[in-house]
Design a protein around this ligand. Sequence first.
Ligand SMILES: Cc1ncc(COP(=O)(O)O)c(C=O)c1O
Length: 425
Amino acid sequence: MIEVVPRVEDRHGRVAKPTAAHPPDSRPDEVLVGGTNSAFPLPLEGCIERGAGSRVWDEHGHEYIDFLLASGPLILGHAHARVCDAVAQQLSKGSAFHAVNRPALELAARIADIPGCVEMVRFASTGTEATLHAVRLARGYTGRDKVLVFAGSYHGSHDLALIGHRGPTMARGGGVPRGVLEDAVVARFNDIGTVEDAFVAHGDSLAAVLVEPQHRSVDPLPAFLPRLAQLCRSAGTVLIFDEVVTGFRLAFGGAQEYYGVEPDLVCYGKILGGGFPLSAVGGRRDIMTLADPALSSSPNFVHVSGTLSGNPISAVAGLATLAELERPGVYERLHGLGERLRAGLAREMRVHDVGGSVIGSGPIAAVKFSETRRPGCDALLRETVNRELIHRGVLVQLQTKFYISLVHTEREIDYAVDAFGAALG
Ligand SMILES: Cc1ncc(COP(=O)(O)O)c(C=O)c1O
């Protein structure tokens, strides 16, 4: 018998969609664009259902050792007891106030205590906002428009942050206005000559240099960041360290501490919110105070704001995370695990005669397949190996990096290395 579904119209005369047109067990690609939440999809079947420690489980019951760690925030692993307790306690007191709250204030003080440039802080929710706000502060401070970024960099999803991604003049993807391209100057990381040339050509119109001090897992050459800082100082250009990845990861004091170079502004994200949405821009008082609302009627005022910025849930999760990271021996452990993983992955590449390298430092490892040994096949090989790793229960995004947490074990690292070898073989 054919079921007759009554035609239901709303008060504007629009025909209502049948109920449960998209039932709760819909496939991801039916309602999520590309079946994903990000521009870097993973070949997973269906949804991740839960996580505990270094593991996650999908809705089909498959278990994975997680080297994605939510794209980096979960340096303590999933559902860490102290983070969960702190969040549960705060939840019952209220999740968001917009107004200043004690946990956010405490966290800001914690950041300002880190040796380096941060004297004052403004919170936001994502790394994208942090880099956006930092650049705006630099432009407001200098009265200049141009910003130097590095080819291949990633600073989030705002227009400027996507420049240089696929080459010197191109943005990553469409929708980025030409005007933004005109205000961007692109140099090459670790190639100080290209930076010096950019300063000769644009020095007096450069508002900022926006740099990931560990650029897409590539460590800076020893003289690179100091020289960059020197060039910025002489030209009156604001040096912004995007520490969304490196902050609290390479060292408690992030890249500033690890590489011993002090910028003017720093952007934090990921680890800062302990797995909840939180980021911050911090830096020199004379730059940061441009965002002081007391200046709002002055032409120098810089707007930096957000509805959930500095919400207490993320702040308590961040404080609990930082407290764990301050325990003795934490960074030795994270660096030791990182070295073990990098050495293992590099060994497997040699054994299987696959050209390329393993880069990164601290609890970060990234695999770069070379194009020369297998011409044109690096991306394809990466995709195949990534699929195989996931099939073998190792959740990682090879396009970006392996993130390592404090709860990963040596056995899990060795398992991932063996799976990588098997995937190459
Ligand atoms: C270095 C860097 N900056 C900024 C961002 C943007 O952060 P979010 O995704 O929280 O907007 C990312 C994200 O991965 C990043 O790696």
